[in-house]
Design a protein around this ligand. Structure first.
Ligand SMILES: NC(=O)C1=CN([C@@H]2O[C@H](COP(=O)(O)OP(=O)(O)OC[C@H]3O[C@@H](n4cnc5c(N)ncnc54)[C@H](OP(=O)(O)O)[C@@H]3O)[C@@H](O)[C@H]2O)C=CC1
Ligand SMILES: Cc1cn([C@H]2C[C@H](O)[C@@H](COP(=O)(O)OP(=O)(O)O[C@H]3O[C@@H](C)C(=O)[C@@H](O)[C@H]3O)O2)c(=O)[nH]c1=O
Length: 285
């Protein structure tokens, strides 16, 4: 299998480069080698490399920044996957794509299933949803994995932001009324490889939710990180729970973005670990 992998320097792409290597040849251009906003270059790259599967974790993931640069978010999150799907259709190739819990508005009580109505609150979620829709509309064989609250020991994410703030400050305020499931990028990449290895995985065309099991608030996540972070000279940090209304941000986040993992378990036999078990593994404990 020949795989074209995007976003190789991102949290998920970095892990995918290793896990997908067991499945065949992986071609993984960096942004410097292939800028996804250059539609002509993207088409040409796909046409020349002729992959069997395009795996696309690349995205504009800066949720607040997206509010002030909607055209760029649209180009990366909507147009690029649409162009990939169109080019894949010409080659008879398939696509594995990644999306987000932020396609939902958070008003549901309980975990979201794949068939639930979407209603993104911000530019990031809207452009990601449009990316999903473009892939589905293209008619190519596809698996779209919606995940949430991704962290790892590289890149930009809540875990590393908290660890930096623990070193810089004595007190932090963290939102305690938005719930979701923190998910380690390595778990996403391993599940992705497991899905791709199941031939023909495209018998199960569609959208799947893929997150850690369990759910917590950002405040709970911050406390869990603090409990597992060693600070110099026994430094003490205290975290105050606050409502989101006291932490104004350009983009509104959903209050509930917990995703049910039942469908991905039924289709592919994937059971994701509890968020706390995964956090322990990520931090090497
Ligand atoms: N992060 C999260 O909390 C969540 C992420 N997701 C989804 O999961 C997927 C993976 O996310 P994650 O790994 O965290 O994302 P990252 O932000 O860590 O990585 C995104 C990657 O996309 C690349 N990229 C961005 N713009 C371009 C461009 N114009 N041309 C080429 N490459 C580009 C970046 O390149 P460079 O390294 O050069 O910047 C980076 O490698 C995304 O689809 C995201 O929407 C879903 C839920 C939660
Ligand atoms: C840094 C910080 C954030 N927060 C709040 C703001 C927000 O409500 C919440 C999370 O903030 P962040 O900006 O780190 O995370 P955010 O950018 O919202 O993360 C999202 O990224 C995209 C890509 C996704 O797809 C989502 O699943 C989700 O992971 O924590 C605090 O309350 N205190 C703080 O000190």
């Amino acid at each position: 299998m020949k795989i074209l992998l995007t976003g190789v320097n991102g949290q998920v792409g970095w892990e995918l480069r290793r896990t997908l290597a067991t499945l065949g040849e992986v071609i993984a251009p960096t942004r410097a080698q292939l800028d996804l906003t250059d539609v002509a270059a993207l088409r040409e790259f796909i046409h020349t490399t002729r992959p069997d599967v395009i795996v696309n974790p690349a995205a504009h993931t800066a949720v607040d920044k997206a509010e002030s640069e909607p055209e760029l978010a649209h180009a990366i999150n909507t147009v690029a996957p649409a162009v990939m799907a169109e080019a894949a259709a010409k080659l008879g190739a398939a696509m594995m794509h990644y999306s987000t819990d932020y396609v939902f508005d958070g008003s549901k009580t309980g975990a979201y299933v794949e068939a639930d109505i979407t209603n993104p609150l911000g530019v990031y979620g809207k452009t990601k949803l449009a990316g999903e829709q473009a892939i589905i509309a293209s008619g190519i064989p596809h698996v779209i994995l919606r995940t949430s609250w991704v962290y790892s020991l590289r890149g930009g994410n809540f875990l590393l932001t908290m660890q930096r703030l623990f070193r810089e400050r004595d007190t932090l305020n963290v939102v305690n009324d938005q719930y979701g499931a923190p998910t380690w990028s390595r778990m996403i990449s391993e599940a992705s490889a497991q899905i791709l290895a199941q031939r023909p995985f495209l018998d199960h065309n569609g959208i799947y939710h893929l997150t850690s099991a369990g759910n917590i608030s950002w405040y709970d996540f911050a406390q869990a990180i603090l409990a597992r972070t060693e600070l110099a000279d026994g430094k003490q940090v205290s975290i105050n729970p606050i409502p989101a209304s006291q932490y104004p941000t350009p983009a509104t986040r959903p209050v509930n973005s917990v995703l049910s993992g039942e469908k991905v378990q039924q289709a592919f036999g994937i059971v994701m670990p509890d968020w706390e078990v995964a956090l322990e593994s990520c931090l090497g404990r």
